[in-house]
Design a protein around this ligand. Structure first.
Ligand code: FES
Ligand SMILES: [Fe+2]
Length: 360
């Protein structure tokens, strides 16, 4: 799938936007799990989580248990976190450092490169039957220190999947100095797409985000749709209230807010070198786990960096309240579809991609 309809985007008649049953029907989410989440690149972590040999973390992608390790050869690999003996989830902790991975059921052990180390209940003649057993690997790619996994063996490589996104990201000079410093999660009572819709337009910013619009030059706010991603941004207005950040001296003068198909947002705020990723992970058709991850130069945040996080979280809190109200209306019989202004073209792109992925 590819989306690259920059031209004429504002003049199109927006017919292919989602009807509200797409936000309330559990069968739609099942289809999305198969056709969207199991076929797209999903961010699972950052290389700063695996600095040393033996470091690992576990996660889930489209309900599949995944483990990512750094082996003795320093190579980072991703596997299904499932024992080949009889399917038991292998590693139970979220992260750690180990020389060997051991299944808690019958004690099979695996090296960090996924190969079987020992199968204690297979002795003598049995041993030969399992000598080639290993963890099943999963496609993984790392760009700009971000670790992505794709469950689809046929999917396009990561660097061909998002147009020039990684080139753009690589131009932020501080990016390779950043570490993953902290993560917060929050359960939102809305369909995962409602939050994406909310992120993809800023018509609501004047109404809902007073601090955001007073800091950024909204006359110059732009939304650009690109190949399988979109970008919004503006420069800051100097001397405006923005925590303790001195915008005249800030490393980043402008804000850049990216969305990547299907459920990843990457934000870079004005101020000191910073990045945040936001992922919307469906729990069920009307509940979503929002995962906010922050990247700064050091785990010990400066006051300026703490203020930036507070600012970003304030904006998000305002958004969460709105999408939860929207979800109530999605369930109502009052309307079955919305209206989209010409400045909401990034939502139209997203909706067209959803429909295409669902073969509708
Ligand atoms: S299921 Fe893992 S060792 Fe038996
Ligand atoms: Fe918002």
């Amino acid at each position: 799938m590819a989306y690259n309809k920059v031209e004429n985007a504002t003049n199109r008649i927006y017919e292919r936007t989602l009807t509200y049953d797409k936000y309330t029907d559990p069968a739609v989410l099942e289809k999305e799990m198969d056709l969207i989440f199991s076929k797209s690149w999903q961010l699972v972590g950052h290389v700063s989580q695996l600095e040393k040999v033996g470091d690992f973390f576990t996660t889930e992608v489209a309900k599949e248990p995944i483990i990512v390790t750094r082996g003795n050869d320093e190579v980072i690999r991703a596997f299904y976190n499932v024992c080949p003996h009889r399917a038991t989830k292998l590693e139970k902790s979220e992260s750690g450092k180990k020389k060997i991975l051991q299944c808690s059921y019958h004690g099979w052990t695996f090296k960090l490169d996924g190969k079987l180390n020992k199968a204690p209940n297979f002795k003598g003649e049995d041993e030969a039957c399992v000598q080639d057993a290993c963890l099943r690997s999963v496609r993984m790619e790392i760009l700009e220190s971000l670790i992505f996994v794709n469950l689809d063996d046929e999917a396009k490589p990561l660097n061909e999947s998002y147009g020039d996104f990684f080139d753009r990201l690589g131009k932020f000079p501080f990016l390779n100095e950043l570490k993953r410093t902290n993560q917060k999660t929050r359960v939102i009572k809305a369909n995962w797409k409602a939050f994406i819709d909310n992120y993809l337009e800023c018509d609501h910013c004047h109404v809902a985000h007073p601090s955001f619009v007073s800091a950024l030059d909204m006359n110059d706010y732009q939304i650009i749709t690109c190949e399988n991603y979109s970008l919004q941004g503006s420069v800051v207005i100097p001397d405006k209230n923005y925590g303790t950040v001195d915008l005249n001296k800030a490393e980043m003068q402008g804000g850049s807010f990216f969305w990547l198909w299907p459920n990843l947002m990457v934000t870079i705020y004005p101020g000191p070198g910073n990045m945040a990723t936001i992922q919307m992970l469906p729990i069920d058709h009307e509940t979503t786990l929002a995962v906010y991850t922050y990247y700064f130069r050091d785990e010990n945040l400066t006051q300026e960096e703490k203020d930036l996080v507070t600012f970003a979280e304030q904006v998000r809190q305002e958004d969460v309240e709105l999408v939860e109200l929207e979800q109530i209306g999605f369930r109502s019989r009052a309307f079955n579809k919305g209206n989209y202004s010409s400045s909401e073209k990034a939502i139209v792109q997203f909706h067209e991609m959803v429909l295409e992925a669902l073969n509708e």
